[in-house]
Design a protein around this ligand. Structure first.
Ligand code: SRM
Ligand code: SF4
Length: 557
């Protein structure tokens, strides 16, 4: 079982937090500082928020002997990434009233808003609550936003599988009512028994826990990057159950060999709703009881699994479930890209997938994304779905409304942008990094578009312009853009420097490997020029860049 002694400081904060309340109310009342108390910074994450500061302005503020410019980032819990047009409209106004204005679609199918001053946090949460949106458990040592294959075109059982995302999200919600008391001013419970929590108890999990659901043949959710991955198995267009995988995770720390990215291991197959929910629930309890609570760098499920061994982990899971997992069922992933433009599903509804570069919804000189989405939302004729590739699907459009929506997309430059962006650009993902992420060593979303602009001419030069090679960039090794599962990854090591990793496959089932260490942007482009030249000349028909890199042993497997 997990270490009883030598608990990390976060464990103590959780235990004495009175159901995640801590001194949050006092912290909010304190007008002397834009920050909250130190222990509350750990607790506020469980409510879906992070205290941050503007890193671009640290030096200037310090020089003036001013406190850093603190603000909060709020991340919503949106299982399966689905919201209504009413909710989009509310989100648009919250973003305008209280935040930087940019709506950021995350790699886990939800949205984040940045730059919220302490005094604006409660009004923001209240406005979300009015729109039936919340940020409970979007961060913290709990089950996070449950992600699910995004595009309803791909399966007649999409709705049923999306239903699992909602149920699993509910299953993993903490029982504490602290969120309602602290942020929504609801009266404290008179009987604390109401919030006794058999799953999380008073220590919650050793670390974050992530669940993803994929519908083959598309792996848009990168299912094996999750602590718990469910791969839907269909027979004759009917859902018969899920292969269940454990131990995916991307995070690593430079210079700490005990940490590593890992893809989930399929443990077996499970069918029937009750058993599927039970298997996931018990996987969470195994992690709760066996996960490392001393060293947070080694506390994700992937380390628990590797420490116990896959067979022992599976045996413990089956013991707790009271049933055995069946042997894994066959499935095949053929891609993980989003399907841009208009597509029709089996019921005759239309879906338009908009390319949102790095998930940043704003109006700029190329296109008026925010304006277009607001206009569309105000029609009340669509829903919105976020994808794990940081894009948006304008969803559930009736045949008779399609022309009206299409006209808005054209008017504001959206169609043009989505149609004309290169396959390379549309496949690229970057994490937030500067100026808000406190862990960033290097830039990511602010520089990747420019790097792609330098890679595009290289691909043109070698006749590779139609190749949708997956490129992912992060400002540090934590892996928020799932870079280790890309064909090409740039992983920040210091400001302006990146490790170049290559050799991952295009479907998220093979990790890449380190090829060159700490290159600046110019050196990265130079290296890629050489690699693309060889790839274009020597690849076999249909061979992807990642597969080629592996075959010719640019990196060792
Ligand atoms: Fe992440 C921490 C942003 C998806 C692995 N991640 C952070 C923080 C909160 C920094 C912090 O701890 O203070 C970043 C906030 C930046 C900012 O200013 O907004 C951050 N992570 C993001 C997002 C917004 C990236 C994006 O541009 O889309 C994604 C939000 C997802 C969501 O909606 O919940 C995001 N993070 C991921 C993913 C991808 C995924 O889950 O599919 C991963 C890799 C998978 C995994 O968990 O292993 C990921 N984030 C991490 C880690 C490393 C965890 C580890 O096991 O070592 C950290 C650092 C930590 O937890 O200590 C981290
Ligand atoms: Fe921040 Fe690193 Fe995550 Fe990028 S990968 S958002 S730099 S923690």
């Amino acid at each position: 079982m997990s270490e009883k002694n030598n608990l990390s400081s976060t464990e103590h904060i959780k235990m004495k937090s009175d159901g995640l309340r801590g001194t949050l109310k006092e912290s909010l009342r304190d007008q002397i500082t834009g920050a909250i108390r130190e222990d509350d910074r750990a607790l506020v994450k469980f409510h879906g928020m992070y205290q941050q500061d503007d890193r671009d302005r640290r030096a200037e503020r310090s020089a003036k002997k001013l406190e850093w410019l603190y603000s909060f980032m709020i991340r919503l819990r949106i299982p399966g990434g689905f919201i209504t047009s009413e909710q989009w409209e509310a989100l648009h106004h919250v973003a305008g009233n209280y935040t930087t204005g940019v709506i950021k679609i995350t790699t886990r199918q939800t949205i984040q808003l940045h730059g919220i001053l302490k005094s604006n946090v409660k009004p923001t949460i209240k406005a979300f609550n009015t729109a039936k949106l919340d940020s409970i458990s979007a961060c913290g040592d709990v089950n996070r936003n449950v992600i699910c294959a995004a595009h309803p075109k791909f399966s007649p059982v999409h709705e049923e599988i999306f239903g699992y995302a909602k149920k699993l999200s509910q299953l993993g919600l903490p029982k504490t009512k602290a969120y309602y008391e602290v942020w929504l001013d609801e009266k404290p419970l008179t009987d604390k028994k109401e919030e006794e929590d058999p799953l999380y108890q008073d220590r919650y999990l050793p670390r974050k826990f992530k669940i993803g659901i994929a519908i083959p043949p598309n792996n848009d959710v990168d299912v094996f990057a999750n602590d718990c991955g469910l791969v839907a198995i269909l027979e004759n267009d009917k859902l018969i159950g899920f292969n269940i995988a454990a131990g995916g995770g991307m995070g690593a720390t430079h210079g700490n060999a005990a940490t590593y990215p890992r893809l989930g291991t399929v443990l077996g197959f499970v069918s029937g709703e009750e058993k599927v929910l039970k298997a996931v629930y018990e996987m969470i309890t195994v992690q709760r009881d066996y996960g490392n609570r001393s060293d947070r760098k080694l506390s994700r499920l992937k380390y628990t699994l590797d420490n116990m061994g896959v067979e022992a982990f599976k045996a413990e899971l089956e013991k707790r479930c009271g049933f055995k997992l069946e042997p894994e069922r066959p499935y095949e992933f053929t891609g993980r890209t989003d399907f841009y433009g208009w597509h029709k599903n089996h019921e005759g509804k239309w879906y338009y997938t908009v390319f949102v570069e790095n998930g940043r919804v704003l109006d700029d000189e190329q296109q008026l994304l925010k304006t277009a989405f607001l206009d569309i939302a105000q029609l009340r004729k669509t829903n919105f779905r976020f994808t794990c590739n940081q894009n948006i699907i304008i969803a559930d459009v009736n045949e008779e409304d399609k022309a009206e929506i299409d006209a808005i997309l054209k008017k504001y430059g959206i169609t043009d942008h989505t149609d004309h962006a290169s396959p390379l650009r549309k496949e690229s993902i970057a994490c937030v990094a500067f100026n808000t992420c406190p862990l960033a060593l290097a830039e990511a979303q602010r520089v990747l578009p420019g790097i792609i602009s330098k890679m595009e001419p290289l691909l043109d030069k070698y006749g590779l312009q139609d190749d949708n090679i997956s490129v992912r960039m992060t400002g540090c090794p934590n892996g928020c853009a799932r870079p280790y599962a890309a064909e090409i990854a740039f992983i920040g090591t210091a400001y302006g420097f990146y490790n170049l990793q290559i050799g991952g496959d295009r479907t998220g089932t093979r990790l890449n490997k380190l090829y060159r260490e700490s290159l600046n942007e110019e050196a990265l482009i130079q290296e890629l020029d050489g690699l693309f030249k060889i790839y274009s000349g020597e690849r076999e028909a249909g061979e992807t860049f990642g597969d080629f890199a592996k075959r010719v042993k640019w990196v060792e497997y």
